[in-house]
Design a protein around this ligand. Sequence first.
Ligand code: ATP
Ligand code: MG
Length: 449
Amino acid sequence: MGISHQDLAAAFQERGYQLWLVGGALRDRLLGIDSHDQDYATDADPGAVEALVRGLGATVTTVGKRFGTIGVRIQGHWSEITTFRGDSYAGGTRWPDVTFGASIEEDLARRDFTVNAFAEDAYTHRFLDLYGGQQDLAKRVIRAVGDPAARFREDPLRILRGIRFASQLDFGVEPATLAGMQQTVDLLPALSQERVTGELDKLLCGANPARGLEILRESGALGFVLPELASMVGCEQNRFHQLDVWGHSVATVRAIAVTPETVRLRRWAAVLHDVGKPAVRHVKANGEWGFYRHETAGAEIAAAMLDRLRLGRAESHAIVLLIRRHMDRPEPGDRRSVRRFMAKVPGHWRDLLALKRADNASHTYDDTEYHDRLEAACLRAEAEEQEALRAESPLTGDDLVRIFDREPGPWIRVIKDRLSALVLDGDLAPGDREGAERIARRMMNRPAP
Ligand code: ATP
Ligand code: MG
């Protein structure tokens, strides 16, 4: 059965240790959001924490022990118990150094944002809000704890964390905190790609990714973490567009329909779908800007970019495919044209259609009617395909043996193949046994008696 949070609190209390609930769980609870993370801070050192939770018979992990963290399984979820932090992070290094602090106050001072710097005593439930976090939750802003630029210099990942929280929570960034970001974004290249990509991914999957992307631009972080996108800013388009390439891309991210299963793929595809435009922009004969074959150039740029970001092979492949095909415009009335459209993005025609619809959201013309017809045509083609897979000869081998009173042999396959082909072509209804028998008799030169 395992241990409960109450067991844990009581055990720490009994041994004279402090135990504070900290971090995202309190923030999310105050926002009324479900949160699985129940992270704790304590004055006990990691060795003492490990001994204590093992003594309770809990399932334990020590992978984070050298960073001061013991993981413990509580009511089906992993919780982390971390010894108070007291150090400053060594600026610009890949992983923060760790030293331990003496008090919960010192620990909270090391946390990144006011809305992440609450603590609640696990035993007495005393609540600490030393930096005005509740006020900032009410104002819906991300504000650094302490001097913003100094805190971002200690650990530049906090810049991206702040912007990611703005997207996830649909918050703004408080002006002094934004200014601190602007002063320190040049430190971002010192971070490991893995940590950067993790934050970008969470930003794009957040509740308001358009807001996150705009803050990424305003802070200046965009040019350091996604330079390919920075060149879309101010890239003017033509009379088909209301916005520059950047504004249009952000609008596409905002507009694209998603589910929890598709959010990652579709939002990355949306933000990158026109990444080829700045590179191919040219003046057309009529004097307007043209972007001929930007989808091909974009697919190549995105492939290199996603490789650098190490987003994951399958996901990257699908994103690149969607970018390459986003200008395809099959004729909904033409079955072959529709089938070719679907065959070019195996398993992803719904994602491509969602991208095309979202792409149209900030065009100066409305293509909804066309997309509705295309969707209907794809659904029809998909249904036909599934039916074709089910297309079977209405007569089984046993039926044929009985009808012709003849030994089983290769002749059965010949007739069954022919009957299935007729069903597939729509020339014989599935399950039409009488019709099938007539055809089989003709093939065997044995008319019905
Ligand atoms: P979520 O888990 O939903 O992404 P979280 O707030 O729990 O959000 P974690 O990365 O799990 O974020 O970190 C837990 C807590 O640790 C944060 O709430 C914050 O107080 C602190 N923290 C995490 N990373 C940093 C950092 N780089 N600098 C300062 N404090 C941090
Ligand atoms: Mg967390």
